[in-house]
Design a protein around this ligand. Structure first.
Ligand code: MGP
Length: 309
């Protein structure tokens, strides 16, 4: 597992122009055939400014962190109820509860610049790829490549690809998440490298081409770990085979971030959906010796991983 961390990048306006020139024909074609919407809705977010401990205090123990996390979750729940009312609050109960304890304690592992004002929604807390893992995945991509991040969420992976020098089209169906992701990309100074698109990946896939597709789809919530063996059928919003086939329409170079309990034989079968089969390699991802997930690389990227070691 690499320990690479994100480096804030200075804006590169000229490269942005190149990026837009290379991609605008695709986006314009999409705009003609799809109703793409920009973010602009209210946020259900939790930012460092809301709940972070007072600065200048000495580091505290796990109990203090967990107590603080519980307070943060309660505050988040209150804010959410104020905005959305009791019905909606019930629907997000599991997600808000997930913020308590371990995810709050992991905030700087999810985003090293968390304290500069990174914003998350409830799903982002348990779905964002820890930054060192996102950076290690991005390090497999040649700088300058065009990356499609199919389920961009609050932006952690897109930010790391952009920090690597890749041009990113970040697709996300939830406009509120796109707002958060764009905000977070600005904090990392890489917003000029990312084009955010509010859309359903499955609608866009047939019209897109890219050098690489990154897939970190929803795993079905924190309860994914209760399955003895996680089947690709359990991925959301569609099963893993369908998601992979959609990605293959865009590029044979695919990275997929999957649960640590995933059925690896099924993952390998994905490579057989192509003829001839795609090269395939997987790696286990750890943060401080804790097993977090499995990254599968397909196509030319698998070769790259074997070369890089
Ligand atoms: P986890 O297993 O819920 O936490 O998520 P942790 O701290 O490893 O749990 P514990 O069992 O060790 O206590 C681990 C990582 O998996 C998260 O940081 C995310 O990167 C990723 N992850 C978890 N979920 C539920 C999702 C998901 O739904 N989608 C995606 N893409 N990633 C997820």
């Amino acid at each position: 597992m690499a320990n690479a961390s994100a480096t804030p990048k200075t804006p590169r306006r000229r490269r942005r122009v190149t990026f837009l020139a290379r991609t605008c024909h695709r986006l314009l074609r999409l705009l003609a055939t799809h109703r793409l919407r920009r973010g602009g809705h209210g946020l259900n977010s939790i930012s460092a400014g809301d709940d972070s401990p007072p600065s200048g205090q000495p580091p505290r123990g796990r109990d203090a962190e967990e107590a603080e996390a519980t307070q943060a979750a309660a505050a988040a729940q209150r804010r959410h109820e104020e905005r959305h009312g009791d019905d909606d609050a019930a629907a997000t109960e599991e997600a808000e509860a997930a913020v308590a304890g371990k995810y709050w304690a992991q905030r700087r592992s999810l985003f090293s610049l968390y304290d500069r004002g990174v914003r998350m929604d409830a799903e982002g807390w348990y779905s964002a790829t820890p930054e060192p893992i996102a950076a290690a995945q991005a390090a497999r991509a040649p700088p300058g490549s065009l990356v499609l991040d199919a389920f961009a969420g609050v932006g952690g992976n897109s930010i790391q690809f952009a920090a690597r020098g890749c041009y990113v089209v970040a697709v996300e169906i939830d406009p509120r998440k796109v707002e958060l992701a764009a905000h977070n990309a600005r904090i990392y100074g890489v917003d000029d490298m990312i084009e955010f698109v509010v859309a359903d990946f499955f609608h866009l896939a047939p019209s897109l081409k890219a050098d690489l597709v990154f897939l970190s789809p929803p795993w079905g919530g924190p309860s994914y770990s209760q399955a003895q063996v996680y089947s690709l059928d359990m991925l959301k919003p569609r099963d893993g085979f369908t998601i992979f086939q959609a990605a293959q329409e865009i590029s044979p170079n695919i990275i997929m971030f999957l649960p640590r309990n995933v059925d690896l034989s099924q993952v390998e079968q994905l490579s057989w959906l192509s003829s001839p089969p795609l090269d395939f390699v997987s790696e286990e991802n750890y943060i401080e010796h804790r097993f977090k997930g499995i990254t599968a690389y397909f196509g030319g990227l698998a070769q790259e991983v074997l070369k890089q070691g």
